[in-house]
Design a protein around this ligand. Sequence first.
Ligand code: PGA
Length: 246
Amino acid sequence: MRKLVAGNWKMHGLGGSLAELQALKRGLGTLSCDVLVCPPATLIARAYGAADGAFAVGGQDCSPKASGAFTGDVSAAMLKDAGAATVILGHSERRHYHGETDALVAEKVKAAWAAGLSVIICVGETDAEREAGKAHAICHGQVAGSVPKAATAANTAIAYEPVWAIGTGKTPTLKEIENMHAHLRRCLAEAIGEGARGVRILYGGSVSPFNAAEILNLSEVDGALVGGASLKASDFLKIIAAIKPL
Ligand code: PGA
C-alpha cells in the first residue's frame, strides 16, 4: 500500500506561510508516498496554487450541511471548490473543543463524500482512558460510530492519534502502535467488511524527523498525520524522506 504523509497546520499560517509550501514543492524529489497539506481554510486556495499539483491540499473540518444559513461554517463543496481533495474529520481537538460526537463526525464524512472529497477520520484514546485499560474499546467505539459503511480505500483513511501524544513529544512504543493499528484494522473490517483491507491507517501524535523512520516503516502503519512538524518545510521533508520506497 502506498503510504500517505499528511500535514495538519491547525490554526497556524498566514499568507507568508506559503513560502513554506514553495520550499516543500522545491524539496520534493521523486515521491515514494502521497503528500497532503491541510492548511487553515483561508489558505486552501492559495496553497492549491502554490502546490501546482506537486502535492495535494486538504481541509481540517467541514460542515455536515451542504449549504444554508450556518454563519461561519464552511461546506465540503466550498473546500473542494477552493482546491481541497481531502478533509480531516473528527480530530480530537474538534471532538474536545467543539463537542463533536461520533454521529456528527459520520454526518460530516457523508457530506464530504457527497462533495467529492476523501476523508481522514481521526480516532484515539485519552491518557485517562489508556490508564484505565480502555484504549482498544474507545477506538473500537469511535470507528463503529464515525466510519460509515460506504467507506472504501479510495474515499477514506483512518488516523490513529492518541490524544496524549498530540503536541506533547510523547509517543506510544512501536509495539503499542503496531498493536493498535492491527486492532483498528479489525474494527474497520467489522464496520465496513472486506474493503477494510485497503484503507490506509495513519499514525499521528508527535511525529518528528527523529522518530519518523521507525514509526512510518512499520508494516501496519500506512502513513502519518503530522501537526507541529508539518509547519516547517525542512522538517516535513525529512519525515517524507523517511519513508522507504515500496
Ligand atoms: P502533532 O499533532 O504532530 O503536533 O503532535 C498531530 C495532530 O494533531 O494531527
